[in-house]
Design a protein around this ligand. Structure first.
Ligand code: PLP
Length: 369
């Protein structure tokens, strides 16, 4: 059986460190927004190259709290893409904002910057590009347009921990380019907790203060509330786990890169569309997504040969029933719709055996070639 991902073996490799970290939290008597969260925030800010990092309860709420801190609310428009995990959009709905979609680029599957300007109106209060599958979007082009209209860019970096963006010889981490960056530490992400957790990073001191209040009922000092908040706090156990795993993130991302590069090697000249790495980006391969016209048949064939695959994402957000009120139709975003019928995510995680990738490729070849 070739698993899509193996979280249990991941834990086994770090078991003594993780168990130790959890046990010291249990003994400390401090369980929410304590020392471990504070240390993780300092370490993650340093990792991302930002001044501040604020822990929250999930990636979805990182986006929601970031939108609130940027003053986005009822009736405002937020420009994003339909080819993303639904939570990108849930966060907008949670603050009463209206998602406005632009289609994606056919090569990298991220926001097509050429289509962004047309989507901006007087009501646009934020732009949320998504660094999909582990690769940053072309932030230079997006930031240029955002600056022209003075609209904040909130990076959805939930799939791109440690991914790089290159611009004029400078190297930036995903999440550090826009006004803020939002991360999820859902267990399957490149940096994953053992429960829900998230983080917002920024260089903006006043934004970081707002986020800290919003995540804690809008509380400035005890029992004093100047702004409206929610409860989206990070707990000490998840923070302690994440501190152990953050130390391995670069190494794990490098291993992912090596293993991802085995796919083109083993697949050879097989007739399927492999993922592309942009010249402005360093991919961290959260997902290894190929495209085939006969996707369902290939997925079934692999399943029958004990190979797990997944689809990210079978239904674009604009065609989900929950968002039918936006009145988009089939045909609204042709690139996104086309790829949603063809994408297939192949097994990839840092602990996967080289041999298993070879098996996957052999089966794909015997199906296609
Ligand atoms: C995982 C993910 C989220 C949501 O994160 P949660 O921690 O599950 O709330 C948001 N956006 C993208 C692109 C994601 O992959």
């Amino acid at each position: 059986m070739v698993l899509f991902q193996d979280l249990k073996s991941d834990y086994k490799n770090l078991q003594s460190e993780i168990d130790g970290a959890i046990s010291s939290v249990l003994k400390s008597g401090s369980y929410i927004l304590g020392c471990e969260v504070q240390k993780l925030e300092e370490e993650f800010a340093e990792y991302c190259g930002t001044k501040y990092a604020m822990g929250v309860a999930s990636g979805t709420e990182a986006l929601q709290v970031a939108l609130m801190a940027c003053g986005v609310g009822y009736g405002d428009e937020v420009v994003t893409v339909p080819n993303t995990a639904v939570p990108t959009i849930s966060a907008m709905s949670a603050v009463g904002a209206k998602p406005v979609f632009v289609d994606i680029d056919a090569c990298y599957y991220t926001m097509n910057p050429d289509l962004l300007e047309k989507a901006i109106t007087e009501k646009t209060k934020a732009i949320v590009p998504v660094h999909l599958y582990g690769q940053v979007v072309n932030l230079k082009l997006i930031m240029d347009i955002a600056k022209k209209y003075d609209i904040p860019v909130i990076e959805d970096a939930c799939q791109a921990h440690g991914a790089l963006f290159y611009e004029n010889g400078k190297v930036k981490k995903a999440g550090s380019v826009g006004c803020c960056g939002c991360f999820s530490f859902y267990p399957t992400k490149n940096l994953g907790a053992y429960g829900d957790a998230g983080m917002i990073v920024t260089d903006d001191a006043s934004l970081s203060e707002k986020v800290k209040q919003i995540r804690n009922y809008g509380q400035e000092t005890r029992y004093s509330h100047k702004i409206i908040g929610i409860n989206s706090r990070l707990d000490e156990i998840q923070a302690a786990v994440l501190r152990v795993k953050l130390r391995k993130l670069n190494e794990n991302n490098e291993i992912r890169r090596k293993k991802a590069n085995l796919y083109p090697k083993f697949l050879g000249s097989c007739d399927l569309e492999l993922p592309n790495e942009a010249e402005y980006a360093k991919h961290v391969w959260h997902l290894y997504v190929v495209r085939v016209p006969d996707r369902s048949a290939l997925q079934k064939y692999l399943f029958d040969h004990e190979i797990q695959t997944l689809i990210h994402y079978p239904t674009p957000v604009h065609l989900q029933k929950a968002y039918s009120y936006l009145n988009y139709q089939e045909g609204s975003f042709p690139v996104c719709e086309k790829i949603s019928k063809e994408v297939l995510s192949l097994p990839l995680y840092s602990g996967i055996d080289e041999k298993d990738i070879e098996i996957v490729c052999e089966k794909i070849k015997s199906f296609l070639c």
